[in-house]
Ligand binder design. Structure first.
Ligand SMILES: Nc1ncnc2c1ncn2[C@@H]1O[C@H](COP(=O)(O)OP(=O)(O)OP(=O)(O)O)[C@@H](O)[C@H]1O
Ligand SMILES: [Mg+2]
Length: 248
């Protein structure tokens, strides 16, 4: 489905060069659910944004469905079936929830709008809401995931879909992601959460812009488990999270 060959990403500021991703070589197969995990700042979102065409790699190639897409922009990549639910979704003044869902859907004729409902939002209450600051962080995140479900791309990337989603809705979120994953599509979930890492087929661990580990969950999981998660006291809000910014 997707092959990343010798990818490198650098950002240039006025006085220095920042190397964010170094020599990334990865193959993502059809039908597999991947988790991309690693410490804050290790380059996970940058990698996702590069696959989506928001950042262009400094060097390297991106091959999608057997064709090189490195020079293509976001719109063409979306047209070819790549979708990305942002870590920090944008708010669009002047647009309503229903507008963004209609843009996402190839055939916007399903007025039932199951996607919002699947994300725990009642369409009657939300379809006409403006996509602005009046929506809470958790609501905008759910709408972002619902939009990706509506788009139903062949390669879908969810960047920390659980962020801001309350504990009670977490199981529903993982169930929706698993249920909507088609055998002919590829799902990449960026996450630090154990419950997400438990539902995937393969785990990729990024550290300082390089792939530190990649393999089947059952093999990779035990290797990274104890060494990387917050294990401080029971009342620590980050307990159980991976590479979280543990305050202690
Ligand atoms: N446009 C940019 N200009 C300069 N540096 C950037 C830019 N975008 C990202 N970076 C840097 O690249 C590094 C990787 O950022 P990225 O957002 O990919 O991390 P991440 O692994 O997604 O982290 P998190 O878990 O906090 O979401 C960070 O050090 C970040 O500051
Ligand atoms: Mg990120």
């Amino acid at each position: 489905m997707l092959e990343l060959k010798d990818l490198e990403l650098k950002f240039f500021t006025e006085d220095k060069e920042i190397i964010v991703l170094k020599k990334i070589n990865l193959v993502f197969e059809k039908g597999i659910i991947y988790a991309l995990t690693g410490p804050n700042g290790s380059g996970k979102s940058s990698l996702a944004r590069m696959i989506m065409g928001i950042h262009r790699p400094t060097t390297g190639q991106i091959i999608y469905k057997g064709e090189e897409i490195t020079p293509l922009g976001i719109t063409e990549r979306a047209r070819r079936g790549i979708g990305y639910a942002f870590q920090h979704p944008a708010r669009f003044k002047g647009l309503r929830v229903t507008d963004i869902l209609e843009i996402a859907m190839e055939h916007p004729d399903n007025h039932e709008c199951p996607y919002l409902r699947e994300m725990g939002l009642c369409p009657d209450d939300y379809l006409d809401r403006p996509l602005d600051d009046s929506l809470s962080g958790g609501e905008i995140k759910r709408i972002e995931v619902a939009t990706l479900l509506a788009q139903d791309p062949d390669l879908r990337i969810l960047d920390e879909p659980e962020a801001g989603i309350d504990l009670w809705s977490f199981e529903q979120l993982t169930a929706v992601i698993a249920r909507s994953h088609r055998p002919d599509c590829t799902t990449i979930i960026i996450s630090h959460q154990e419950r997400i890492l438990n539902m995937v087929d393969e785990i990729i661990l990024l550290e300082e812009g390089t792939v530190a580990m990649h393999g089947a969950r059952d093999r990779v999981w035990p290797l990274i488990r104890e060494s990387t998660r917050c294990t401080c006291s029971r009342d620590c809000p980050e307990r159980g999270n991976f590479y979280a910014d543990c305050p202690r």
